[in-house]
Design a protein around this ligand. Structure first.
Ligand SMILES: Cc1ncc(COP(=O)(O)O)c(C=O)c1O
Length: 356
């Protein structure tokens, strides 16, 4: 008798739970769903992106392994050299590659918790040591605590700028303080277009800075999985050397090209989302049982003050066809996050909150 395959699986993966992804809208039987759970773009992708995909004449050829065109587009967009750009199947894939490049199994990565769940996810899958450094009560980075957590084994720090799910932007002076510690540091700017705040200019001054961006949010291309990072050239070269060669697929490239040719439309949608975010911040604050955290992004975190567990509120909102996100773990227990939707979807949320 041969041993079953499951007996060969690495023990550390036997009990591992996967990422708890968002609920599918299929279960709502065609009813309109306010999908406020995944920080997606409520206005979708631009029409020209869909048209470009429909005009692709073959899918039988592998995509360009050098990423030449998409690197050039991304470089032009952020004013840097294409040699500094590496693209990923979502910026999430670059998080994985960066961990692989810098942190070996003895190394430590600092996670400024609470923060984006994929840092922990990829840290665990890569078998590295994750050192949690809690943020303060307003979710600001506690630089003194960070300093104390640094050891000779510390190889990487992630800063979500703005932080997800809390919505706050770390002031650039604080990012500089972190950079001065000399550890490789990522400013993860997946929501940059909503905040307008970027650490990118600091790359001229600090050689240990890397910046991540995403086409998922502002360009509404989450379904195609495409993002990019800006790195010192020699780091970009090392990342190219470890990445999946064909990670940017043919439709993703076509859609990015067409979208970026219509950047004014994308930025008009970003502005509409920001206006709605500001309206929602005001309207949500009228619920005495919610503590609303300030947000510069396209989502708003609230703490539930009336004792109702967040998963229960989430479930009640689902009855009104509204999808939201809540989180386990000690820092975010009792919190719920609402992505900013269209005005209609946000009204649905506000109305439902009056009824639950
Ligand atoms: C802070 C942060 N970084 C990175 C990502 C990854 O985005 P994507 O892989 O879609 O580019 C997300 C997605 O929600 C995020 O919230």
């Amino acid at each position: 008798m041969t041993k079953p395959l499951i007996d060969w699986v690495r023990p550390e993966f036997l009990d591992r739970q996967g990422y708890s992804a968002c609920k599918s809208i299929d279960s709502f039987g065609g009813r309109h769903v306010a999908k406020l759970d995944a920080n997606e773009n409520p206005y979708g992708s631009c029409k020209s992106a869909m048209e470009a995909i429909s005009k692709i004449d073959t899918l039988s050829i592998y995509p360009d392994a050098t990423q030449a065109e998409i690197r050039a587009i991304s470089a032009k967009y952020c004013g840097c050299d294409p040699d500094q750009i590496v693209c990923g199947a979502g910026s999430s894939q670059l998080i994985d590659y960066i961990i692989k490049l810098f942190v070996d199994r003895d190394g430590e990565m600092i996670n400024l918790v609470p923060s984006f769940a994929m840092y922990k996810f990829f840290g665990e899958v890569n078998g590295i040591n994750i050192v949690n450094v809690p943020r303060d009560e307003n979710f600001e980075i506690d630089v003194e605590a960070l300093k104390k957590a640094i050891t000779p084994k510390t190889k990487l720090v992630f800063i979500a700028e703005p932080n997800n799910p809390t919505g706050n932007v770390t002031p650039l002076e604080i990012i500089e303080e972190v950079l001065k510690l000399g550890i490789p540091t990522v400013s993860d700017e997946a929501y940059y277009e909503f905040t307008g705040v970027t650490a990118l200019p600091l790359m001229k001054k600090y050689e240990n800075l890397m910046v991540l961006r995403s086409y998922s949010k502002f360009a509404g291309l989450a379904g195609l999985r495409v993002g990019f990072g800006i790195f010192p050239k020699e780091i970009a070269d090392r990342l190219h050397a470890i990445r999946d060669p064909y990670n940017i697929n043919v439709p993703a490239l076509a859609a990015v090209k067409a979208s970026m040719a219509n950047i004014d439309t994308l930025l008009a949608n970003v502005k509409a989302v920001c206006d709605e975010r500001d309206r929602l911040l005001v309207e949500l604050a009228k619920f005495s049982w919610l503590k609303v955290y300030p947000s510069k992004s396209n989502y708003i975190l609230c703490r539930i003050l009336n004792g109702k567990p967040a998963p229960q509120l989430q479930k009640e909102l689902e009855e009104y066809c509204i999808l939201t996100r809540c989180f386990g773990g000690k820092w975010l227990e009792g919190c719920i996050r609402f992505s900013v939707g269209t005005p209609e979807d946000n009204d649905m949320l506000l109305d439902a909150l009056k009824k639950v």
